[in-house]
Design a protein around this ligand. Structure first.
Ligand code: BES
Ligand code: ZN
Ligand code: ZN
Length: 486
């Protein structure tokens, strides 16, 4: 979506639909749009619109139309609701035939700065245009362009540019993220990453299975051994301008399909396991955002891409494998495969002598038990990085909630036969025991955070702001946090 600025006040914008945000019955327009505000207030009084989060209504105003989008009650507000309201408005507007939209350049809402508003609303508007039509033969090619204007004074256009870049990054990755396991294979993702790198001035190198074997990456290879698709370790680099700085490394779990392997998952809902690559998709998206925002800090993205299948060469429960750098792991459950691919990727990340490592993964069903779709879990080895990421998440509209890695959990991951077991010998705390396992692969002095997005990476039912499918949760936070490190 093209996003531009115009000094002309919102009410005088002539093209397309005007988008106005509403917190319950409070229309969030500033004085210069008083006349429009009064007009809308009268219309709202007579309507069923209550300004609930996700609620959207179209009203005729002047000689055009206004789309009013709700963000709900103040006490429940978080930035994500604003981004979603913008997406819902554009989604509804496009369904009604609009191609261009205008919003005010400032929002009369305490606690949300002008730049945060422009980023959230602009990015949300862009996301509202996204439709996954790749496999719908009738609508495949119908993706009409859309435009957004921020009406009113804009001092610094950098945020508007960032919103446009981030919106484009989300929309460009979404087709890949939504594609099923037979299409979005590790090889396909590697090729996609190479092309994306070229377009965004990143470098991309890919390790195939022979190279992974030579390096001793026994984790990712054991995951991929039961399937026909070749595993790939994909490494993207953003050079940045700060040549002396150590890189930040972002690691994404990229399981193109997780059947569970020999510890086969139940059939019901297994089709959603095509979204087990969502961590990698968030990293691919964040890397594009970082490149387009010209972040100064060098950043490396690592995707461990593999498929978990129960073929005749599959890893058996009880098999002992060796991770990159030598730790041995007893694989007691082949469905706890993400951590096996991740342990190699984390080892490779450590080799880069990074200033910090963040991994983002659809790692445990337990995180869905804990938070549903309302938040992702964050765990780490130092409080500062965890707190920074939580803060960046709040700004970026993605909620992260911290869980502890007690020593008890690390003890639970010991094996009688190898250095570690890939499942806990205790009960419960599945998200934290998985993190305790990964913690073993990162030296204590390197700040490391682990984000489990199994509950937030996709939605199974339509919402006003998006159709069922990948949310690319985490990309926004990672980009926000990385930029804050400059
Ligand atoms: N990919 C799954 C986690 C998952 C579950 C993601 C549901 C999204 C929705 C992961 O590989 C897995 O299967 N984890 C197991 C670990 C267990 C065997 C210790 C789980 O959470 O059940
Ligand atoms: Zn699994
Ligand atoms: Zn998995």
């Amino acid at each position: 979506m093209k996003i531009t600025v115009s000094p002309t006040p919102l009410a005088e914008q002539k093209k397309g639909a005007l988008v106005v945000f509403c917190q319950k019955d409070e229309i969030l327009l500033t004085e210069e749009n008083d006349a429009l505000k009064k007009q809308l207030a009268d219309l709202l009084k007579k309507s069923a619109f209550k300004g609930e989060a996700g609620q959207v209504t179209l009203f005729p105003v002047n000689d055009g139309h206004a789309i009013v989008a709700g963000i709900g009650e103040a006490k429940y507000f978080h930035n994500g609701l604003l981004e979603q309201a913008a997406a819902a408005a554009v989604k509804a507007g496009r369904a009604a035939g609009f191609k261009s939209f205008a919003m005010t350049s400032t929002l009369a809402l305490e606690g949300v700065s002008e730049t945060d508003y422009q980023l959230l609303a602009g990015r949300g508007a862009a996301w509202g245009t996204y439709e996954f039509t790749t496999f719908k033969t009738a609508t495949k090619k119908k993706k009409a362009a859309a435009a957004l204007v921020f009406a009113g004074p804009v001092e610094d256009r950098a945020t508007v540019k960032a919103a446009e870049a981030q919106g484009a990054a989300l929309c460009s990755t979404a087709d890949l993220a939504n594609s099923p396991g037979n299409v979005a294979t590790p090889t396909k993702i590697a090729n996609w990453a190479k092309k994306m790198a070229k377009e965004n001035n990143l470098t991309c190198s890919v390790m195939n299975e022979a190279e992974l074997a030579k390096k001793g990456c026994g984790g990712i290879l054991s995951v991929a051994s039961g399937g026909a698709e070749e595993a790939k370790m994909i490494v993207l680099k953003h050079a940045g301008t700060d040549k002396t700085a150590k890189p930040i490394v972002l690691v994404g779990k990229t399981l193109t399909f997780d059947s569970g392997g020999i510890s086969l998952k139940p059939g019901k809902g297994m089709e959603w396991m095509r979204y087990d690559k969502s961590g990698g998709m968030a990293v691919l998206t964040a890397m594009q955002m970082i490149a387009r925002m010209e972040v100064k800090t060098p950043v490396v993205g690592i995707l461990c891409a593999a498929e978990n299948m129960p073929g005749s060469k599959a890893t058996r429960p009880g098999d002992i494998i060796t991770a990159y750098k030598g730790k041995t792991v007893e694989v007691c459950n082949t469905d706890a495969e993400g951590r096996l691919a991740l342990m190699d990727a984390l080892g490779l990340a450590v080799d880069l002598e990074p200033r910090a490592i963040v991994d983002i993964v659809t790692l445990t069903g337990a995180v869905i038990m804990a938070f549903g779709g309302a938040a992702a879990a964050i765990l780490g080895n130092q409080p500062q990085i965890v707190n920074e990421l939580i803060d960046s998440g709040l700004t970026a509209g993605e909620r992260l909630w911290e869980l502890p890695i007690f020593k008890d959990y690390s003890d639970n991951m010991k094996s009688d036969f190898a250095d570690l077991s890939n499942i806990s010998n205790g009960t419960g705390a599945g998200t934290a025991t998985a993190a305790a396992f990964l913690k073993e692969f990162v030296p204590e002095e390197i700040p490391w955070a682990h984000i489990d997005i199994a509950g937030t990476a996709w939605i199974t039912a339509a919402k006003p702001h998006q159709a069922p499918g990948a949310t690319l949760f985490g990309a926004r936070t990672l980009a926000q946090w990385v930029a804050s490190q400059d």
